[in-house]
Design a protein around this ligand. Structure first.
Ligand code: ASN
Length: 327
């Protein structure tokens, strides 16, 4: 299913961005951004500008490292995701979104995965007073409308690069973390119950699927401290991933937010994090923690899925890949 029309340029980036396949991907990305704005506005979301630096940033980034720097004598971080800030912003508006930049130092082992960049953008959504199920529903509606629009406006590009592209039917099927664990065991793939699902396993399931699907019911303690435990079964988190079909892997992560400050503090400490960095966030939750749910959809990965490209570096103008110093 990977496009035969794609090629990987060895030219310097300022020349590679003139090439047909990068240009086509950037055109599709333009339509993704433009139509996302229209659809999210229609769905009642307010766009906000994402913060780029802060005293704390998302530690739940699956083995990647955060970038720190000296901010007038204090250690600050460049955003690995705006998760903490979007939880604050739902206090101002009920539904918020941003095209948010994320900086993550991915391990070198991910350099040629085709889906990892150290600098990428997410369409970050957050909805106040909404459950994980409601966010999944809104996401499906959003993606359905968006992919339809891309198909409509980028027909010539799809004709060349992804002739068979169909807007997948919604709702997307759901599969539990436990089921993924059982499948991984059956396939002889190594996975520790209770840890994040390794990308290789997500990828394997993705290859076997012809439709996007959700993974739900992650075990408590397996991911970011900001995900709420399911009150009906505290061994599970109200968190989900969306996985693309045909081997394109992870599309999105998200869930319902924990508002219990003591629980969060415990997990921050357990994770070896410095709780002082999170003081504004903890103060906010103490003052009035708002129930909310949300997720982030990687823009370059969405572009790659639509373009049917093997390489994510063709889905951004200036790719920052682990260990490469091109631009
Ligand atoms: N975007 C995710 C969320 O909303 C967080 C992340 O990117 N790690 O939960």
């Amino acid at each position: 299913m990977i496009s035969t029309q794609e090629h990987r340029s060895e030219k310097p980036r300022y020349l590679a961005i003139l090439e047909e396949n990068v240009r086509a991907a950037l055109k599709v990305q333009h339509v993704i951004l433009l139509e996302s704005r229209k659809i999210l506005d229609d769905l009642g979301f307010v766009e906000v500008l994402a913060p780029v630096i802060g005293p704390a940033s998302d530690p739940g980034i699956r083995g990647a490292k955060r970038v720190t720097f000296d901010f007038y004598g204090k250690e600050y971080k460049i955003m690995s995701s705006m998760i903490l800030y979007k939880q604050a912003l739902v206090r101002t508006f009920n539904n918020v979104y941003a095209f948010a930049p994320n900086i993550r130092l991915e391990p070198l082992s991910k350099a040629n995965s085709g889906s990892h960049l150290c600098e990428f953008y997410q369409i970050d959504l957050e909805m106040r007073d909404k459950t994980i199920n409601e966010v999944m529903k809104v996401t499906e509606i959003f993606l359905d409308r968006l992919l339809y629009k891309v198909k409509l406006h980028c027909g010539d590009i799809l004709e060349k690069y992804n002739k068979e592209f169909e807007v997948p039917k919604i709702p997307f099927p759901r599969i539990s973390y436990y089921k993924v664990f059982l499948i991984a065991n059956k396939l002889g793939l190594s996975m520790n119950y209770g840890d994040e699902i390794p990308s290789e396993i997500e990828l394997e399931l993705s290859k076997r699927s012809t439709r996007p699907f959700w993974i739900v019911d992650y075990p408590s303690g397996s991911r970011g401290f900001y995900y709420k435990e399911n009150p009906e079964d505290t061994s599970r988190l109200l968190s989900m991933d969306l996985i693309y079909p045909h081997g394109f892997g992870e599309a999105s992560s998200g869930g319902e937010r924990e508002t219990d400050v003591n629980k969060i503090l415990e997990l921050i400490r357990e994770g070896g994090e410095n709780e002082e960095e999170y003081s504004w966030y903890l103060d906010m939750l103490k003052s009035d923690g708002k129930k909310s749910s949300g997720l982030g959809i990687g823009v370059e990965r969405l572009t790659r899925y639509i373009m049917d490209f093997k390489n994510i570096d063709n889905c951004t103008a200036f790719p920052k890949k682990p260990g490469s110093y091109t631009c």
